[in-house]
Every structure is written in C-alpha cells, then in structure tokens.
Design a protein around this ligand. Structure first.
Ligand SMILES: NC(=O)c1ccc[n+]([C@@H]2O[C@H](COP(=O)([O-])OP(=O)(O)OC[C@H]3O[C@@H](n4cnc5c(N)ncnc54)[C@H](OP(=O)(O)O)[C@@H]3O)[C@@H](O)[C@H]2O)c1
Length: 245
C-alpha cells in the first residue's frame, strides 16, 4: 500500500490516475480547488478500494498556503511514496500578449506554484530517502509555438526545473518524473476541435502509473508524442518561425 498526495486532484488526468491507485488499495490525500468535487471523488475512490482518502481545498496561486497544506497532508499520510502534481490552466495567448496580468497568472498557476509546492515536498522525501515525484507538464514546453508560447514557456520552466531536481534528488533515491501529454480531451480543452492525435485522460493515467512504477525521467503521453516532438524539435528555426503553428 502506498501513500499518495495528488495536487490538482480535480483535473481529469489526476482523477483517472487516482482511480488506478485506489484500485491498488493505496491511501490518497487530494488537494484541489472545489471541495464539493473533492467530496464526490473521495466517495468514488473509497468505493474503488482506496485504503483511505482525505482532501483539502487548495488554490495554486495562494502561495502562502502551500507550506501548511503540505504539512497537513504529510501529517495525515505519515510519508509520501508518490506526489503527483497535475493542476494547470490553458491561457488565451492573445490575451496574455495584451495584458501582462493574464500572462503572470498563467505563469503562477502553471509554473511558479509547482516550484513553490515542490519546495515543501522535497525535504521529507529526501529525509526518508525514498519516493517519486511526478509532475504533469506538456509537449508544449518542448518548443515554443506562436499560438501558445506563454503556456509553453511556463511548462518548459517546470520541465527544466525537474531536470535539475532529478539530479539533485538522485543520491537521495527520490525519482522525478516529467509527464508530457499531447492533446487530451479534458475540460481544459473542451473548446478545441478534436482529431486523430487526441487521447483520453485514462490513456494518460496509464502512462503516469507506468512511468512512476519504472521511475522514468520523461514520459510522453501517449508514447507516440516522443517521436512527434523529436520531429518538431528537429525543424530548423529558419523554417519553424514561418510555420503558423
Ligand atoms: N488537456 C490537455 O490537452 C493537456 C495537454 C498537456 C498537458 N496538460 C496538463 O495536464 C494537467 C491536467 O489538466 P487536464 O487536461 O486534466 O485539465 P482539467 O481537467 O481542466 O484540469 C485542470 C485542473 O487545474 C485546476 N486548476 C486551475 N487553476 C487552478 C488554481 N489556481 N488552483 C488550483 N487548481 C487549479 C483546475 O481546477 P478546477 O477544477 O477547480 O477548475 C482543474 O481541476 C494540467 O497541468 C495541464 O496543463 C493537459
């Protein structure tokens, strides 16, 4: 039985992942914005077999709350075997360009809150010399595209941070897994037209569970995105800057 902290637990991807851990009879602590949705999820996870599920309300941009919230989760669970961070927002790129406050909010939600939360998570895992941190970033962080480079830059910030953190925590036997989904059919992308490359949250959840189990460094989800992003990153800048992507 594992003790798992899920941050951004109401996200479709986090919910699908938590269901896997409940079926493995793990204990979960959920942090998310909407307490009513959390209560529904708690009941669902208990029915699916979780040993215990506790929840607390959390707003990613309330940085001063992060320390006390993580401390409370740690006290309840005893230790963290797995910490999954999944909250995020997809900002309007044009608005970000015209109003810096919108861009700042996007960086706060998608990047700085993650770094703040990890500051509190790292110490107890280092001390225990075990565990796995998994963070949902995005393929959007692999290369800046003109249609969403604020979101992409925020995700890239986290991916670069995770690369360094992985090395820092390697001697302490704490794994750091960067989960990079492609297009996923969730509330965040409800307004976008869907196509052949789109995946369901359950497919991403399976990749997360497997990646954490194998203590992988970077997990593309679905796996074919590794090849797509290899090709995208190989396009010379002189051509890439002309592409309306
Ligand atoms: N969907 C995709 O195509 C895609 C692709 C690549 C990466 N991702 C990443 O996957 C992760 C999960 O997203 P999803 O696709 O599962 O979408 P989702 O279901 O819309 O989940 C996003 C979650 O983030 C939460 N959130 C947003 N701002 C927050 C804040 N200030 N404080 C606390 N929670 C906040 C939302 O809370 P509420 O429920 O309260 O609104 C929501 O539960 C995100 O990091 C996203 O960037 C998604």
């Amino acid at each position: 039985m594992k003790n798992i902290l899920v941050i951004g637990a109401n996200s479709a991807i986090a919910k699908a992942t938590a269901r896997h851990y409940a079926e493995q009879k793990d204990s979960l602590y959920l942090l998310a914005r909407d307490p009513e949705q959390l209560a529904v999820q708690k009941d669902d996870l208990m029915v699916r077999g979780a040993t215990s599920v506790e929840c607390a309300a959390f707003d990613a941009t309330d940085f001063t709350s992060h320390g006390p919230l993580i401390a409370q989760a740690l006290e309840t669970l005893g230790h963290f075997d797995i910490v999954l961070i999944a909250h995020g927002s997809l900002p309007d790129q044009a608005l970000c360009e015209s109003d810096f406050n919108v861009a700042l909010e996007a960086f706060n939600v998608n990047a700085l809150s993650v770094i703040s939360l990890l500051n509190y998570v790292i110490k107890p895992m280092q001390t225990r010399r075990d565990g796995c941190i998994a963070v949902v970033t995005s393929v959007a962080g692999d290369r800046g595209r003109q249609s969403n480079f604020i979101y992409g830059a925020a995700k890239a910030m986290v991916s670069t941070y995770l690369q360094g953190l992985r090395g820092r925590l390697f001697p302490d036997n704490v794994a750091v897994v960067d989960i990079k989904p492609g297009f996923v059919d969730t509330p965040m992308t409800a307004h976008l037209p869907k196509g052949a490359l789109w995946a369901q949250p359950e497919q991403i959840a399976q990749r997360i569970v497997k990646g954490v189990e194998k203590r992988s460094s970077t997990v593309y989800a679905p796996g074919f995105w590794r090849l797509i992003m290899f090709v995208v990153c190989s396009v010379p800048e002189v051509i890439f800057k002309r592409l309306k992507l």
